[in-house]
Design a protein around this ligand. Structure first.
Ligand code: HEC
Length: 205
């Protein structure tokens, strides 16, 4: 047998034994969304994900020009539909975003900002299979304009100001407990509530 063939055979045997051991360990321990995704998994998933956007779509430039009105609309849209997982600032630091597998990424960073406008549009419109990222909109031209506006907002994320974040917080969807707290605050400010309501416990157990 040639030397190169022997090396290949040994490498294949090592790969089979290592793969078998990794699988057996995973099955014994079980899987959890709590585990931190490994770097190898991230690289492979990102590489596969690139194929989800058709080549021609990747090159489409954003047809919606940036303007203060567009950014205001997109900020409101994002605060209502996206911030639950991604956070108002796009950091992904929310109770849901941090516990999804894969995690909601920090969209201010290079990995996201490197994606083309067409790729961002396609991801928002079609979602990402096998992840928590849903497909948004119904594909009508009106919805598509809203999606292109969101792409403008994602480009603006690295320069988002604290004032803009504060505005968005007021627009985040509220649960019953938060509505009740807002009602208590209003009653307190109007002078009819007994005491100032205390901060709700926000940490996830
Ligand atoms: C239920 C949670 C959830 C909601 C709501 C959500 N996303 Fe996501 N999103 C994710 C997750 C998880 C990923 C990461 C998927 C991956 O790693 O492939 C993601 C990825 C993305 C990406 C790709 C970024 C990158 O670098 O990989 C974009 C862009 C994006 N989301 C935009 C949006 C927009 C815009 C909205 C609102 C219209 C939204 N998302 C709503 C969970 C969510």
């Amino acid at each position: 047998m040639k030397r190169s063939a022997r090396v290949l055979l040994v490498a294949a045997a090592v790969a089979v034994v290592w793969g078998g051991y990794a699988l057996a360990t995973a099955v014994r321990r079980g899987f959890s969304a709590r585990d931190e995704p490994s770097r190898a998994e991230e690289v492979v998933a990102r590489a596969f994900r690139r194929w989800a956007t058709p080549e021609a779509m990747r090159r489409v430039p954003n047809p919606v020009a940036a303007s203060p009105e567009v950014l205001t609309r997109a900020r409101r849209h994002f605060a209502d539909h996206c911030a639950g997982c991604h956070g108002n600032d796009g950091s992904g630091r929310t109770p849901i975003g941090r516990r999804l597998y894969p995690r909601a990424p920090d969209m201010r960073g290079a990995e996201t900002q490197r994606l083309t406008d067409g790729e961002l549009f396609s991801i928002i419109r079609n979602g990402i299979r096998l992840t928590g990222m849903p497909a948004w909109g119904d594909g009508t031209p009106k919805e598509d304009v809203g999606t292109w506006e969101l792409v403008r907002f994602i480009r603006h994320l690295p320069r988002l100001t604290p004032t803009e974040v504060a505005e968005m917080e007021a627009l985040n969807p509220k649960g019953p407990a938060e509505y009740e707290r807002a009602r208590q605050i209003e009653a307190f400010l109007a002078g009819s509530g007994p005491t100032a309501p205390s901060s709700p416990e926000r940490r996830m157990k």
